[in-house]
Design a protein. Sequence first.
Length: 95
Amino acid sequence: MKKKTNGLAKVLRRVAANPRYRGKHLVVVGGKVFVARSAADAPRLFDRVTRAHRRATPTLVYIPKADALILWLARFRLAFSLATTSRRCWADTPA
């Protein structure tokens, strides 16, 4: 038996795979994608789309840039490893 896929999930997969949407705020409603010009414009776009499509439920999404996520994780791991190393060194030194 074939599993039914949610329409929103299909649209989000398509949007995430498209490099044009990286680093953008999007409003997805009824299979359509609306792109905000800036982060400050995203709430206004959400309100405008909500008024235009009253029966559908809009979804506000931010698609991060791929490099930004990797750099954040690398910084977090480095900070975590430095913190644990400094604790070990401090605990190992005699008082």
